[in-house]
Design a protein around this ligand. Structure first.
Ligand code: AMP
Ligand code: MG
Length: 622
């Protein structure tokens, strides 16, 4: 409910002594600040909100609401904040809530108002009952704005107690059931323990699954755990419009204008009054003026008159329809059209038809594409708030790997994963840190993981997560943090390490992908990609399409199989897919020849020729 008669005031005027003399409201909480949470909960309940603060006024001002310092000097307590609010209140009532109460009730305003009105009171305050004891919450109160003077007199006389001025007004109490909603946060420890943004433990996430076996984990369970575990990176930046291409929008963009700004013509033709049209007789209209695109005409056609108009020209006053020029003939300044050529309202674009002023043009979380750049430009937006780029460090592990430029010793292979991973990360728009090849050596692996962790938001490794003898990767990963090792019911790419590691006071999410070149790509696309996008603040689920399988495909139920496919248009014009050559998990060529992956789900068995299957297109994958 939005109570139009109530203004909201967040009390943030204290010194924050118990917090170690930091400004309480500005403390980080739940991914933003405490005061931001209070504002968010208060805003839908009231006509407008303001903040009472006595320090860091600019920081409070950045929330886009008025900031009012105390009028009574010397940090005189919450009552001085209430006074400042009452004096500036433009509505009959003022509602206050402290800046350290991020859980305040969603019906605070509504219920305090109902209580105040039914008691005929001047002030209603919230109370809760704990173990049979009534607990008043005097800083959660609704007060009649016309009591400002009574309060000022009390303060001027040296009064400071919240309830000290109650004898001079009529006060009523409103009982709330949920005592936790009024909980305020006083110390840094409380802040830490109550913070919903506190990192989760993998065990907590995993416990939400009904059955969990790390050695036989279905793809969709692994995807769910990863989705629930990763958290978005909060930092944002402001970039010039063109630089926003491919970036993730960090805030809703509200249109400051109507687009188009005026009713205008969708055609080159003649603007006319719908009332002049006829289905029975030929219509003849005298042309009194011409409007070019982007121009207006002062002409106001009377009955029997019209205005020549170009596409985009502003509709003249009184005109509601445009007849395209190819449907009429013009004779000596008169337009002639056959009966029933158009209907009233045809070919007129309305102001705000594309976007109304005040409506959300684009939502946060959107990955900005060319059309979005155009849309933003049409609003006159020059700079765009975007999420900061995600930093991702990656390296390959294995003594057999050689980098390009090195001689290929007996039994060695060139490191190709670093290049596919580079390509996939680049396409996602990440800032990438390529750490090269790391030997199968515990000290080297630990040093690489620590360095990656200290410099990146996420780490991607390849190789070393299966059961090979020289694979130390798992031990080191486990030692550095909260990491789990899965055997996933899928092919290719069964082993996967996932979690978060910490080093030097920093932490990073970790994806330990398998070593086989195709398994790396499949694991990246089906596990890492969505997680990275989520960290980037974007929502971009994988869109699977349906296509007809040209040939039969053998498949065992009980695991998910990803086959490399070639999607094309069949003889009947419908999409069809065929598998590209050998599907061995090390064979990159068939991956390179493919333009999609065929996804054969867990429960699915062999596919008959002509059956529909799910496919994931490579192009269009962000
Ligand atoms: P691993 O998971 O470390 O046992 O590696 C599995 C297979 O993938 C082995 O045949 C490796 O040689 C191969 N492999 C691992 N990493 C890479 C890489 N970066 N480039 C190419 N092949 C790799
Ligand atoms: Mg290896």
């Amino acid at each position: 409910m939005n109570t139009a008669s109530i203004s909201g005031l967040v009390l943030a005027g204290g010194r924050g002594t118990r917090m170690g003399s930091v400004d309480k409201g500005l403390q980080p909480f739940g991914g933003s600040t405490m005061v931001a949470h209070v504002l968010e909960r208060l805003r839908p309940q009231v006509a407008s909100v303001a903040i009472n603060a006595n320090q860091n006024l600019d920081a409070y001002g950045s929330f886009g609401v008025p900031v009012w310092p105390d009028d009574t000097p010397g940090f005189a307590g919450p009552l001085a904040g209430l006074e400042a609010g009452l004096r500036r209140c433009a509505t009959p009532y003022l509602l206050t809530a402290p800046c350290d109460s991020p859980f305040l009730p969603a019906d605070l305003a509504e219920r305090l108002l109902a209580g105040l009105q039914s008691a005929g009171a001047d002030l209603a305050l919230a109370v809760t009952e704990e173990n049979g004891l009534r607990q008043p919450h005097p800083v959660f109160c609704l007060v009649k704005a016309d009591k400002a003077e009574v309060l000022s007199n009390y303060l001027a006389a040296g009064g400071r107690r919240m309830d000290g001025w109650y004898p001079q007004i009529k006060v009523t109490e409103v009982l709330f059931e949920d005592a936790d909603a009024f909980r305020n946060i006083n110390t840094r420890d409380e802040l830490q323990s109550l913070d919903p943004a506190r990192p989760l433990k993998l065990a907590e996430v995993v416990s939400c699954l009904s059955a969990y076996d790390p050695d036989a984990l279905p793809v969709r369970d692994a995807q769910k755990i990863i989705r629930d575990f990763v958290a978005p990176v909060r930092a944002t930046e402001q970039v010039a419009l063109r630089a926003a291409l491919g970036r993730v929008l960090a805030a809703d963009i509200v249109s400051p204008i109507n687009v188009p700004a005026h009713d205008n013509s969708a055609m080159d033709g003649y603007a006319l009054r719908g009332s002049d049209l006829s289905d029975a007789a030929e219509v003849r209209l005298r042309v009194i003026d011409t409007v070019y695109a982007g121009r207006t005409s002062g002409a106001v056609p009377a009955a029997g008159e019209c205005v020549r108009i170009m596409t985009g020209g502003v509709m003249p006053a009184g005109c509601d329809s445009v007849v395209p020029q190819e449907f009429v003939r013009e004779e000596n300044g008169v337009v002639v059209m056959a009966p029933g050529t158009i209907r009233a309202g045809d070919n007129r674009r309305f102001a705000g038809e594309d976007l109304k002023a005040g409506s959300a043009a684009l939502r946060r979380g959107k990955v900005i594409r060319p059309a979005d750049l155009g849309l933003l430009a049409s609003l006159g937006v020059a700079e765009v708030p975007v999420q900061r780029r995600l930093r991702v460090a990656f390296f390959s592990t294995g003594d057999e790997l050689r980098s390009i430029g090195q001689p290929l010793d007996e039994g060695c292979v060139y490191d190709s994963n670093r290049y596919t991973i580079y390509g996939m990360l680049q396409r996602l728009g990440c800032d990438i840190i390529d750490m090269g090849v790391v030997r199968d050596d515990p000290a080297a692996l630990e040093a690489a993981l620590r360095e990656a962790c200290e410099n990146a938001d996420a780490i991607i490794t390849s190789g070393g997560v299966s059961v090979g003898a020289a694979d130390y990767t798992k031990q080191i990963m486990a030692r550095l943090g909260d990491v789990t090792f899965w055997k996933i019911g899928m092919r290719p790419g069964r082993p996967l390490a996932f979690g978060r590691i910490a080093s030097g006071g920093k932490s990073a999410f970790l994806f330990g992908l398998p070593g086989n070149p195709v398994a790396v790509m499949v694991s990246f696309y089906f596990f890492a990609r969505e997680a990275l996008l989520r960290m980037m603040g974007a929502e971009a689920p994988l869109e699977l399409l349906k296509a007809r399988s040209v040939a039969a495909i053998r498949k065992k139920p009980g695991r998910t199989e990803y086959q490399r496919g070639l999607l094309s248009r069949g003889a009947d014009g419908q999409p069809e897919v065929k598998i590209t050559g050998s599907q061995g998990s090390g064979i990159l060529r068939s991956m390179s020849e493919a333009n999609c992956m065929v996804v054969l789900h867990d429960e699915q068995g062999s596919v008959q020729a002509g059956e529909m299957v799910d496919v994931l297109m490579f192009e269009g994958l962000v």
